[in-house]
Ligand binder design. Structure first.
Ligand code: GDP
Length: 196
């Protein structure tokens, strides 16, 4: 199999542009999670870039879906963060509609990575999102973020908690840190498996 260079980004476009120009050309994997979970940092770390994915501090950005085409091999889809505290009901609905539109129409979607903050675990809006994935038969796995923020005893406890939680049964789980790059190699291998 061709070796994939995760630093080679051919294009970054919005969902609308992708729909118009390249409706279904390459396998996709998407990244989702609550705002502030560390999604942009993890995508940047995976792609070895400083600012390809912009942080949720740029509000206009948060309501869009971005497609990053990587090394002519696959597409990373950066979904808008949900669970934003200060968003109007209208904006929250528009994000839900956008997620629905994406998740129900992408025939090349191979897997959704749900990002979970290692310190906080799954929250009610993560469970809503998981329900949506289950309803639409979308494969998913979990990326725990900011693992560097846990002490070694908290990290051990997290592993025990994961083993005892039904939500994580039979799912691929990777503990990651954008800061120390822990888990990035495993994430790359997992993506390569998923798009094979
Ligand atoms: P997003 O809203 O999900 O895109 O989250 P960001 O990537 O913008 O990250 C939110 C905050 O968490 C920022 O202050 C980041 O610097 C911080 N952060 C993200 N990833 C990590 C990580 O792996 N380790 C640590 N210590 N902080 C992180």
């Amino acid at each position: 199999m061709k070796k994939i260079n995760f630093s080679t980004i051919e294009s970054v476009v919005t969902f609308d542009e992708q729909k118009k120009n390249n409706p279904f050309n390459l396998p996709e994997i998407c990244f989702a999670g609550r705002s502030n979970v560390g999604k942009s940092s993890l995508i940047n770390s995976l792609l070895n870039k400083k600012k390809i994915a912009k942080t949720s501090n740029s509000p206009g950005r948060t309501q869009k879906i971005f497609f990053y085409t990587i090394d002519k091999a696959f597409i990373i889809v950066d979904l808008p963060g949900y669970g934003f505290a200060n968003l109007s009901k209208k904006k929250k609905n528009s994000i839900s509609n956008l997620l629905f539109d994406y998740l129900t129409k992408r025939i090349e979607l191979k897997n959704a990575f749900l990002l979970v903050d290692s310190r906080h675990g799954l929250k009610p809006n993560d469970l809503d999102f998981l329900k949506m994935l289950e309803n639409y038969d979308i494969e998913y796995s979990f990326l725990f973020t900011k693992i560097d923020k846990l002490t070694s005893s908290k990290k051990k406890q997290l592993k025990v908690d994961i083993e005892n939680n039904n939500f994580f049964l039979k799912k691929k789980i990777i503990l990651t840190s954008a800061n120390t790059k822990e888990g990035i190699k495993d994430l790359k291998s997992e993506i390569i498996n998923l798009i094979a």
